[in-house]
Each structure stands twice: as structure tokens, then as C-alpha cells.
Ligand binder design. Structure first.
Ligand code: THU
Length: 164
């Protein structure tokens, strides 16, 4: 028997002003993207912006549905748009910001489990880490790679088939 310990790490900033300009601009793009959210059921508008290797920024927003499980989060909207429109262009950084009637959330919103899994798939596909930037009014969090959000992720290695 043995106990395995995983350590996760991330960086906190007091505000977006402390980010480098690429990360700050991406967080601004996520903020803009949230304006396009369709979130009549939760009133919680989320925007995501994905920076691709080519420099292209792909935006996504949450799109809800009266059949609640049919809705999609902002992160997966952005990733689906990137994969659909820019195949092969590796995702490097994703920024996320969420808004209620009071403006941006005070604390950064962390991606749900489904979105973590999908970000993880992109890392495996591109064989490189994705930086995750989470915006909040009181704090900004920077995470270097999905391992820090989803240790022991399910992946193609768990399937008994050989994929590239
Ligand atoms: N949501 C996102 O778009 N991203 C997250 O990281 C957390 C949750 C959406 C899903 C739903 O439309 C609303 O926020 C409330 O859960």
C-alpha cells in the first residue's frame, strides 16, 4: 500500500494590471466575449478567449437552453469554435471571466469538470501545456497547465485502443 500526493500550484495577482500584456489582452477579450453570453436561466454570463499558436484569438460564451443540460459553457464554446475553424492551430492560453448583474465576479470562476476535461484533451492533442487565466475583480489567477486543475485526468491512455 502507498499514499500518493499530488501538488498543484498557481499564481495569484491582485489585479489584471499585474499580468503581462498578452495575458491581460486575452482576459479583456474574455470579458468582451461574456457580453455575447446567452444566459437567461442563470443570469451568469461567462466569456472565454483562447489564444492559438498563430496569434488568433477565438472567443466563446456560455449558451444556455431551456433543456438545461443542453447548454454549453464558455470554455467549451471557445474550444469547439477553435477546433472547428482553426484545426491544427494549437491552443496556448485560455482566459475566463464571469459576470452577474453586479459586474465581474469578485473571485475568479474556475472551469467546471467538463471543461477541465476538454482543456485536458487539447493539451494532450497539442502535446503542450495550456495556460489558464481566471479573472475576478479582487483577484486574478494564473495556472500553468491542466494538471494543476485536473490531476489524474481520464485520457486516451485509459482506453484500450491505440490513437495517435
Ligand atoms: N459556466 C461557464 O460557462 N463556465 C464556467 O466555468 C462555469 C459555468 C456557465 C454554465 C451555465 O450557463 C452558467 O455558467 C451557470 O452555471
Amino acid at each position: 500500500m502507498r499514499t500518493i500526493k499530488h501538488t498543484i500550484s498557481y499564481t495569484e495577482f491582485d489585479s489584471a494590471a499585474e499580468l503581462d500584456s498578452t495575458d491581460r489582452k486575452l482576459l479583456e477579450a474574455a470579458t468582451e466575449a461574456a457580453a455575447n453570453a446567452y444566459a437567461p436561466y442563470s443570469g451568469f454570463s461567462v466569456g472565454a478567449a483562447l489564444l492559438l499558436e498563430s496569434g488568433t484569438i477565438v472567443r466563446g460564451a456560455n449558451v444556455e437552453n431551456a433543456a438545461f443540460p443542453s447548454g454549453i459553457c464558455a470554455e467549451r464554446s471557445a474550444i469547439a469554435a477553435a477546433v472547428s475553424n482553426y484545426p491544427g492551430d494549437k491552443p496556448r492560453i485560455i482566459a475566463i471571466a464571469a459576470f452577474t448583474g453586479d459586474g465581474m465576479t469578485a473571485e475568479p470562476v474556475t472551469p467546471c469538470g467538463n471543461c477541465r476535461q476538454v482543456i485536458g484533451e487539447e493539451e494532450i492533442k497539442s502535446q503542450s501545456r495550456i495556460r489558464i487565466i481566471l479573472g475576478g475583480k479582487n483577484k486574478v489567477i494564473l495556472i500553468e497547465g491542466i494538471d494543476n486543475l485536473l490531476p489524474l485526468q481520464f485520457s486516451k491512455n485509459n482506453l484500450s485502443i491505440n490513437l495517435p
